[in-house]
Design a protein around this ligand. Sequence first.
Ligand code: DQA
Length: 142
Amino acid sequence: KPIYVLGGPNLNLLGTREPDIYGRDTLDDIHARLKAQAGDTPIEARQTNSEGELVTWVQEASKEASAVILNAGAYTHTSVALHDALRACAVPVVEVHLSNPAAREAFRQVNYVAPAVNASIAGLGAYGYELALMAALKLSGK
Ligand code: DQA
């Protein structure tokens, strides 16, 4: 089964969006590196700006994926619906953030994702995705 790499709102703008905070890699750059790193394990990489679509994908991943790598973007800090979907998810989930939300604005200190996932990686830029993939492979027994 594939590892799902799910991205939330505004991550389609990576590369040009606040590069001092989020770096200069595009989401396509990040996904391409993960695919190269994953070897035989297929990577199903998606991004959406829609909360409901992210919820639907987590539900789908529970059946179709071996693990999930999730950067929920700003929905991390707002979405009870995503929290509930993650609690219902039967496969391991690793949360990743490019920046370190704990060191940023007060509204980013609230996190609805972290209590519902296996592990969280933050503050390491695009490298965090590589670590998340290693963790997802390990957690899914690969
Ligand atoms: C982010 C951090 C969030 O607070 C923010 O809303 C994002 C990106 C990150 O990867 O650092 O969109 O998830």
